[in-house]
Each structure stands twice: as C-alpha cells, then as structure tokens.
Design a protein around this ligand. Structure first.
Ligand SMILES: Cc1ncc(COP(=O)(O)O)c(C=O)c1O
Length: 458
C-alpha cells in the first residue's frame, strides 16, 4: 500500500520531462498515433482504483501512454481540419496559470486573471481593428463565442421591439429570422439552437464559387433578422462581402454576426486585411485563439458592440459576488467559475507582438500558396482560389483522390483530411500551425506528389 505521506516524488518535474520529450519527438514520431499506442490506451481501462498511487507514477503513465496516443497537432505537418498548434509561450503561460488554479469568474477571486483579460481583450480589439469600446468575453471556442453573440443579438433585437426576453422567455416572443449562407460552418446552426432559435427560422442564401454569400440573392432583411456571415470559409478560406451586407443590414435594422473563427486573424496582416474589408461594420464577432493564434485548446473570444445586450444576457448579480469598479469577467460569459483564458492571450500578444502574429498569418498563407502551386504542377486540380491558408484539391476523380489521401495519411509523416466541396469529394489542407516550416512543406509536398504518381499506376 502506498503511503501518500511518504510520497516525496515531484509530479511537476515528471510532467516537465514528459512534455519536453514529447515536444522533441514531434519531428520523428508519426503524426497520428500508431496501433500500438492505441492498444496501450485501451489498456488504461481498469477497475476504479481503490487505493492511492504515487503522483509521479500517475504522471509517468500519463506521459508514456497518453503522449503516444496524441495527434501531433503541435508539430509542423498536421494540416487537417483548422486546428492550429500551440506556441511554446502560450503553453508555458497555461502551465503557470494552471499551477495558480485561479478562478477567472470574479476579479476579486483572481485580480491577475481579471486584469490580464481586460488588457488582452483591449489588445485583441486593437489588433483585429474592431470597435474599441466593444464588450468581449473569453469562452471555450468559436461555437460558444457565437452562442454568446447570438444570445446578445436575441436580447437586443427583441428589446428594441419592447419585448423583454430575459423576463418573459422565448414563448410568445416576436419571431426572429436568421439569414445565412448555405456554406455556413455547422457550429453556427448549433449555436442558434442553444439560443432557442430553431432550424425553421433559418433562411439560407445561395453562395458563389468560393462559398461567399451572394448579397443580391439575400432575402429582404428586417429588424428581427440576424445575419450570419463568415470570415474564412472552412474549406476555401473565402470571406463574405461584409461591406455590402452590413450596409443592407444596418438600413433594415438587422443584426450582423461574423463567424471569424480562424479568418478574422487575416486582419492583423497588412497583406491580407483587404479580405476583411467592412467586417468592422458588423454587430458581433467570434474568433478562436486556439486556431490561428496558436493558443492551447479551449480558447476563444466573442466581441459585441452592444454592452447593454451583453449585460442583459450575462450580467449576474448575487450578494456574495463582489461589485466594484473592476470589470467582473462573469458578467460577460455563460460560465461563472472558469479557467483564466486571458492569460494565454496576454502571453502570446506580449511575446509575438502584432508583427509576430502578422508573420504567422503571412507565413502560413505563403505555405498554402506553395502547396497549391506544387500540387497543381504535379497534376492535382485545385478547387478554390487560394487567398488564405486553405487549399481544396482533388486527384482527377473521387477514386484517385481517395487513393491519394490514403497514401498521404498512411505515410505517418503528415496528415490532412477529406472534405466535400460543391458536392464533390476533395482533400483539404489548412496551414494553421505556427510550427510549420519550409522543410515541413517541402517534405509534405513530396509525399503528396508521390501519392499522385501512385494513382497513375495500373
Ligand atoms: C469557421 C469555423 N467556425 C466555427 C468553428 C467552431 O469552432 P470551435 O471548435 O472553436 O468551437 C470552426 C472550427 O473548426 C470553424 O472553422
């Protein structure tokens, strides 16, 4: 039996060593975990331990079995979904913040979390060039950022009609409409549902060849409409025409929300900012930190012009919750107790500066271009205008694309996934990890070229 009083082992040292080993193995290890690692993972199923174990042995086991069963998204050759890596400084900040175990719900419970959230939020408004006096909240991901924005939109639009949704609930409320593109990311639909807005309330709008909403094919807008736009289509990386749509919406009294999960970061780059022209005219925005900014997972921000609506939705008062001149984080988010996400933003902004973030965006967009040029000259067909970090492509037909993708994934040296683009099976690259280097791109391109040549055999 283990006597915990005698457990003098240092789990922090063990975790640090395992993390370091993991990071230095990224170049050699398979991007996806192998069969052996997945079998060992299943081996963790055991009856509920009745007796304690040494902390260090728990962490050792986690490092060994868990580390082998990870997907190497923090490496340079993971191009699947739109995930992003994790900057060393943001991991280190997250470690330190976790060791403080601060509850970021209230300023009093954690002045450091409360204050760094204010600083990081203001820096975020500046770097994304959004209205500087907007409200913002630090949430888990773009899905919750969109939910938070939609809940605020609902409150604002209904209040303008003299209907207090907080008091009366949705039953009997004026009917809200939602206008969004056929190409909208599915989490937006989910977020609407969380806010009590059903699928029958959505009016889909046709899109062009790049997945952009066609403004003159939009239904008439009115003052009970929420328009959902995209900064960064999940496949093509394209941007909606914010200027035209926001002007129409403003004239009609409609609310515009922009899902900018990854694409809003294009705004930090002088080269790419033009893609986002007019986005600042919207009413609310969602953006992930855990994608292109390369923060650890569980990190996004919503931004909303309308403080009153945010307060109506999230303002919480209880006698035991302190009220003072400080910004109370829980008055801006769906949760009360939560981790101090703003700390990682602060560390990334401070370490990279605006120019460093712009250089991640520009570098990864440059790599996407290099991929598309290389793939095209090898015989692949590129299906999108490569304006950002996304490349959608096929090898002649579906059968060959599937064969090529299998070869690419089986290589273990890189990973990208399939998608459906304009009803067609295709492959998709997202270059969103700050860890990706020119050498990673060249190695990955060589694998993809071999994959294409294999499809030509027999
Ligand atoms: C365009 C877009 N919107 C929304 C989301 C959802 O983001 P999250 O997973 O952070 O909730 C994603 C995630 O891939 C996305 O790419």
């Amino acid at each position: 039996m283990t006597d915990l009083a005698k457990d003098t082992s240092d789990p922090f040292q063990t975790a640090y060593k395992a993390a370091r080993q993991y990071m230095s193995s990224l170049d050699e290890r398979s991007v996806m975990p192998d069969e052996v690692a997945l079998r060992a993972l299943k081996g963790l199923h055991e009856p509920l331990p009745q007796m304690p174990s040494l902390d260090v042995s728990v962490i050792e086991q986690l490092g060994k079995v868990g580390g082998a069963a990870t997907v190497a998204t923090t490496g340079g050759r993971f191009f699947g979904f739109v995930v992003g890596g994790a900057l060393p400084v943001s991991i280190a900040a997250s470690w330190l913040a976790s060791s403080w175990d601060q509850n970021a719900g209230s300023w009093l419970l954690s002045p450091v979390a409360g204050e760094l959230e204010v600083i990081a939020g203001q820096w975020l408004l500046e770097i994304l060039d959004l209205p500087r006096d907007s409200a913002f909240g630090f949430v888990t991901g773009a899905t919750m950022a969109t939910y938070s924005s939609i809940a605020s939109a609902r409150s604002s639009l209904l209040n303008r009609k003299g209907y207090d949704v907080k008091q009366k609930g949705l039953t009997g409320a004026p009917r809200l409409r939602v206008v969004m593109s056929e190409e909208i990311h599915p989490t937006n639909t989910a977020a609407l549902g969380y806010a009590g807005i059903g699928l029958d309330q959505i009016e889909y709008c046709p899109v062009d060849a790049q997945g952009r909403i066609i403004p003159n094919k939009m239904p008439e807008l009115d003052d009970l409409t929420i328009v959902m736009l995209q900064a960064g289509n999940i496949n093509s990386g394209s941007f909606d025409d914010f200027k035209t749509v926001c002007r129409k919406a403003r004239a009609a009294g409609a609310w515009v929300h922009v899902d900018g999960a990854f694409g809003l970061w294009a705004r930090v780059s002088a080269e790419k900012k033009y893609l986002t022209e007019g986005v600042e005219l919207a009413d609310s925005w969602s953006v992930d930190g855990h994608k292109w900014l390369n923060l650890p997972q569980d990190s996004a921000v919503y931004v909303c012009r309308d403080h009153a609506a945010v307060h109506d939705v999230f303002g919480v008062s209880a006698t035991y919750l302190m009220k003072d001149e400080n910004r109370q984080p829980n008055n801006f988010t769906p949760e009360l107790s939560r981790r101090a996400r703003g700390i990682e933003y602060w560390a990334a902004f401070k370490s990279l500066g605006a120019s460093g973030i712009a250089s991640i965006v520009e570098r990864t967009c440059g790599y996407a271009r290099k991929f598309s040029d290389g793939l095209e000259s090898a015989g692949y067909k590129i299906l999108n205008d490569v304006v950002l970090n996304q490349v959608v492509f096929i090898a002649d037909d579906e059968e060959n694309s599937r064969r090529a993708l299998k070869y690419i994934q089986d290589s273990g040296r890189m990973w990208l996934g399939p998608t459906t683009w304009k009803d067609q099976y295709a492959m998709r690259i997202s270059v969103s990890s700050a860890a990706t280097t020119k050498a990673d791109v060249e190695e990955s391109l060589a694998i993809m070229l071999d994959a294409y040549n294999i499809t030509k055999l027999n």
